[in-house]
Ligand binder design. Sequence first.
Ligand SMILES: Nc1ncnc2c1ncn2[C@@H]1O[C@H](COP(=O)(O)OP(=O)(O)OP(=O)(O)O)[C@@H](O)[C@H]1O
Ligand SMILES: [Mg+2]
Length: 243
Amino acid sequence: MLQILSLTKRFGAMTAVDNLSFSVNSGEIVGLLGPNGAGKTTTIRCVASLLQPSSGTILLNGHNVADDPVAAKRTLAFVPEVPNPYEMLTVMEHLRFIAAAYRMEEDLVHAEEILTRLDLWDKRNDLGASLSKGMRQKLACACAFIHQAQVFCFDEPLIGLDPKGMRELKSMMMERRAQGNAILISTHMLDTAERLCDRVIILKKGQLIVQGTVSELKSQLMSSAESSLEDMFLELTEGTPAA
Ligand SMILES: Nc1ncnc2c1ncn2[C@@H]1O[C@H](COP(=O)(O)OP(=O)(O)OP(=O)(O)O)[C@@H](O)[C@H]1O
Ligand SMILES: [Mg+2]
């Protein structure tokens, strides 16, 4: 579904993503973890065509993002690290705009359900400019869920959401997984990653240092079965002795 092959992204002399390869399969939620500056957002922005890779290939449902961007983007829903709604569009107009852009107007029948689940239905006629930070985050997620995407990329989607919003968003992701979609989520919330993700990928300085299911990684890397993903993460990324 999502394949990243030898992706490198340089900003001047700085290599933010360094020869990175991984894939996210149909029916999988994969967590992209790593310390601040590890290259998570840069990777996701390359997938969303917001950054041009220095080298490497990205395939979305078999379509090369560089050669066939329209077909590739049709399969993708992307929620950025800092959502920026259109100030002068209402919540509902955002969904109409996204549905029209994807030629998926018929999907608007799901608008009420999605907005209700994210506690935005009462705000449907409010302008983007008037939304709180968490509401902006929820609106970006609603826009991602309104069209028939097959690959979802969420860049720290849970930050700023209230507990009900977090639970609802995680449920929506799990439903999409059950429908066979591929979901990539960058997060610093390791306990959530441990519970939600089928696999995790840990980046450090733009390089993939380890990937696998949490239990695989624990059995390979940790001396104690009691160790948490947090222990493992700190061990791998900081060199802190594992519990
Ligand atoms: N537009 C840019 N110009 C120059 N350097 C950049 C740019 N965007 C990112 N970088 C650098 O690339 C590296 C990776 O940044 P990135 O935003 O991908 O990290 P991240 O893993 O998402 O971190 P965080 O957890 O803080 O969100 C950092 O060193 C950052 O300073
Ligand atoms: Mg980031």
